[in-house]
Design a protein around this ligand. Structure first.
Ligand SMILES: C[S@@+](CC[C@H](N)C(=O)[O-])C[C@H]1O[C@@H](n2cnc3c(N)ncnc32)[C@H](O)[C@@H]1O
Length: 322
């Protein structure tokens, strides 16, 4: 695999975002993209195997069942780009189905070098696929991919795992609009979306019994200690998953278990926490099947087909750029 790497989040940018998020009036906040350092990416892989987290298995089942049909609907020749590929494990289904008819260029776009390395290990044995990885933010990477597009070549963009749900609803629409603007009409977007389900199922998925999701969340404070020289006492923060009914999302927070003061030297701040005050670290929005059709329509796409898993409410949606 050829990897085009730039440091996507240089330390000063990380420090500035941490300063902004922790000194915000009202709800303190850290951006969810920072959950994925080396440790975070490895922990996310474990989460995807947990019995409570049915999302990844549903996504994988749908791709396995429908990869042939998805590929039959795509024009030739076509290249594949993936936003936030993670380990790329599920992508094998699509790449192998495509390989039965053409050689394929695959562009994983990732901020996590660890995830990009896992992706290479996972997929490099597929003979007719050449992998060109971009260590970039989603849209920066996609712009670089489209700049490499050959005359007459179409593009399939994968955005799997319901990562779209990490954006709030308005930001998600804005993001899909931006993706659409980088594409040509007739290109495709395969969008994985987790659907609304019972609150108990959702809380279990984001607060598993083994505590892997808790470790994934707390690792963000450990990362700030490691990279910004902070003195967060991890034993004094607790992972919390809660439903936001209005937003139809599950939120992850880190709750301060006592009043405390934390120093983050590289961000130039001291932060005071009250007992029970939280840092909001991630949201995962959940959708209704119809909502995806509307989202597609309002962002310049049309949802051609939607497949819903029969074991875990999750939809795979094939969108065409109009
Ligand atoms: C929820 S995981 C999903 C991984 C994989 N697509 C899946 O379905 O299992 C999100 C992935 O997106 C990457 N990511 C998060 N924010 C990103 C950004 N702004 N630009 C590029 N990659 C990002 C993370 O490193 C992580 O690997």
């Amino acid at each position: 695999m050829v990897v085009h790497a730039v440091t996507t989040s240089p330390i000063y940018e990380f420090a500035a975002d941490v300063r902004d998020g922790l000194t915000k009036r009202g709800q303190k906040e850290l951006l969810s993209k920072y959950l994925y350092d080396d440790v975070g990416s490895a922990l996310f892989e474990v989460i995807s195997h947990l019995p409570e987290y049915g999302l990844t298995r549903a996504d994988e089942r749908l791709l396995r069942r429908h990869a042939e049909e998805i590929v039959e609907r795509l024009p030739t020749p076509i290249a594949v780009a993936e936003l936030g590929s993670g380990s790329g494990k599920k992508t094998r289904q699509i790449l192998e189905a495509l390989c039965r008819r053409q050689r394929t260029r695959y562009y994983p776009i990732e901020i996590s070098p660890t995830a990009l390395a896992m992706c290479q290990r996972e997929l490099s044995d597929i003979d007719c696929v050449s992998i060109v990885g971009f260590e970039r933010e989603y849209l920066d990477g996609l712009l670089e991919v489209t700049a490499q597009r050959r005359e007459g070549q179409h593009l399939l963009v994968l955005f799997l795992g319901s990562t779209i749900g990490n954006f709030d609803r308005m930001a998600g629409l804005k993001f899909l609009n931006q993706v659409r603007r980088t594409l040509q009409s007739g290109d495709f977007l395969l969008l994985g979306t987790d659907l609304l389900k019972s609150h108990s199922q959702l809380i279990a998925a984001y607060d598993d019994q083994l505590g892997v999701t808790a470790a994934f969340n707390l690792n963000l404070l450990a990362r700030i200690n490691r990279e910004l020289d902070a003195d967060f006492d991890l034993s004094q923060f607790q992972h919390v998953a809660k439903i936001n009914h209005d937003e139809r999302s599950v939120e992850m927070h880190l709750r301060s278990m006592r009043p405390q003061r934390v120093h983050v030297p590289a961000a130039g701040i001291h932060v005071e926490f009250l007992e029970d005050e939280t840092i909001w670290t991630e949201s995962s929005h959940k959708y209704s099947p119809d909502e995806i059709f509307q989202m597609a329509r309002s962002t310049g796409f049309r949802c051609e087909v939607q497949w819903i898993d029969d074991q875990w409410p999750f939809a795979e949606n094939l969108l065409i750029a109009e």
